[in-house]
Design a protein around this ligand. Structure first.
Ligand SMILES: NC(=O)c1ccc[n+]([C@@H]2O[C@H](COP(=O)([O-])OP(=O)(O)OC[C@H]3O[C@@H](n4cnc5c(N)ncnc54)[C@H](O)[C@@H]3O)[C@@H](O)[C@H]2O)c1
Length: 213
């Protein structure tokens, strides 16, 4: 958890800054201006300067920002050095796709355990990740110190599983199901809804043309 008191919108942009800075650093670039960053990540330069100012960072007029210093700084805030183990519950169409996607390449998280009730895939390894029986949920979450779970099960069983996950000690749920989950106050839920995203996109295209929202 970041100890800096920053707006949520800024916090959401941090991983995007971080990924781009990593690209720059890998390409041997040592400094970057807010305008160059703006071109690459598509937030306006004023937003970027304001975001960075929350951290007391770090730009110099006529020089821009030091890429390595920014990376180190954001890396610490984002905890890039600690690899977070994530559970995936529900290894169906969507779950499989997420297993195949290598989160670890671009973030500090990796799916380390998957769970399902389908006997055909329980006790197999899918995309390098062991699939456990749902009966092992609590034990694996505790043994592997899993703090975050991705929920890709049918909606009717989602609340039950959210209850179990919360009870087992999970503090974050990335919820792909259409159900809005009730969770204890120490659990954070992030809902992902591709239909919503698509509708929003269509709305903006239809009402404002191609310009970005
Ligand atoms: N957010 C989005 O944009 C989006 C997009 C597609 C699907 N979805 C949602 O994601 C969920 C999964 O969709 P899908 O197409 O992968 O479905 P699917 O039927 O292919 O997969 C569901 C998986 O969950 C497993 N399962 C069922 N009950 C379980 C339980 N109690 N515990 C553990 N595993 C259980 C099934 O065996 C199956 O492997 C659905 O709720 C769907 O509505 C969301």
């Amino acid at each position: 958890m970041a100890e800096h008191d920053i707006p949520r919108a800024t916090a959401k942009r941090l991983p995007i800054y971080y990924r781009y800075l990593k690209l720059l650093l890998d390409a041997g670039t040592t400094r970057v201006s807010s305008n160059e960053l703006s071109d690459a990540v598509k937030f306006d330069a004023a937003t970027i300067r304001r975001d960075f100012s929350y951290f007391g960072a770090l730009g110099k007029r006529g020089y821009g920002y030091d890429v390595k210093a920014l990376m180190t700084f954001f890396g610490e805030i984002l905890n890039q050095d600690t690899l977070a183990s994530v559970a995936l519950v529900g290894v169906g169409n969507l779950g499989q796709a997420l297993l195949n996607f290598n989160f670890h390449q671009s973030s500090n998280a990796r799916i380390s355990a998957a769970f399902d009730i389908n006997e055909d895939i329980v006790n197999t390894i899918q995309a390098g990740v062991p699939v456990y029986s749902l009966d092992d949920l609590e034990k694996q979450i505790s043994d592997q110190r899993i703090d975050v779970a991705i929920l890709t099960v049918p909606a009717p069983v989602a609340q039950d599983l959210a209850n179990r996950l919360a009870k087992a000690g999970v503090h974050g749920i990335l919820n792909f199901t259409p159900l809005r989950l009730d969770v204890p106050s120490d659990v954070r839920v992030q809902n992902v809804d591709l239909t919503n995203e698509l509708q929003t996109l269509l709305y903006f295209i239809n009402n404002f043309g191609g310009a970005e929202a």
